[in-house]
Design a protein around this ligand. Structure first.
Ligand SMILES: Cc1ncc(CN)c(N)n1
Length: 224
């Protein structure tokens, strides 16, 4: 069994929680309070700035030009396609680009991005991929699932978000990360695989916590 298939089995309980989360359900049926989406957009923008840096670290750790080029393309796609969508949403909400970039990250945003960057900076190329894969893979799964719901992708606020994560391009980049992880785990020791699984499951859990933080729409519970 490929390493990604083993991980896929282990993450099922968390993914089910993600798909059932009221934030994701609210995007699916169009009932999510736009204020919660606004809060999410700003935090997600801050998240993506750091996430893009993990792709840059992938290019640094890659040992062939093809892989370097792919990570460079992922970095470009994040900064210019995915974050471009966030900038469009921000404009709709009357948030300037400066305001977006200078907003304060919530403790969950900080914890998630710092964990990812720590794992990527200190780890092997396989560890870089293990840290970012849940982000790409889980959004692709959510995008595809929501895209099947009649009318969801036509929603005037949430439709573009669904289109982005259900898109062929987004799927191809998620699949490339899955394949690269499989390629880089062939022949690894049990201890190395256990470490990769731990990183992967931690960022998978952070994905759930990010939805929860966005749904609560507050920087931290004491600040409600
Ligand atoms: C928190 C989070 N995780 C993943 C993705 C998809 N790149 C995202 N935009 N935001």
């Amino acid at each position: 069994m490929k390493f990604s298939e083993q991980l896929h089995e282990k993450l099922q309980p968390i993914w089910r929680q993600n798909h059932e989360h009221p934030f994701v359900k609210g995007i699916a049926n169009g009932t999510l309070d736009p204020e919660k989406f606004r809060f999410y957009m700003v935090q997600d923008y801050l998240y993506l700035i750091q996430y893009a840096k993990v792709f840059a670290l992938g290019a640094v750790k890659a040992d062939d030009l093809h892989t370097m080029g792919k990570f460079a393309a992922l970095l470009d796609g994040t900064l210019n396609e995915e974050m471009g969508l966030h900038r469009q949403y921000a404009a709709r909400f009357g948030i300037s680009e400066e305001e977006l970039e200078t907003a304060k990250p919530s403790p969950i945003t900080l914890a998630y991005t710092h964990y990812m960057l720590h794992a990527a900076q200190n780890g092997t190329l396989a560890e870089v991929i293990a840290a970012v894969l849940p982000c790409a893979w889980s959004y692709w799964e959510i995008g595809k699932e929501l895209n099947k719901i009649p009318g969801a992708a036509e929603h005037e606020l949430y439709g573009k978000w669904i289109h982005m994560y259900a898109s062929e391009e987004f799927g191809q980049m998620a699949q490339w990360c899955i394949d690269l992880l499989d390629e880089h785990t062939v022949g690894k020791s049990e201890a190395e695989l256990a470490k990769l699984e731990e990183i992967f499951l931690n960022t998978t859990r952070f994905e759930y916590m990010f939805w929860d933080m966005a749904y609560n729409g507050i920087m931290w519970p004491g600040n409600a």
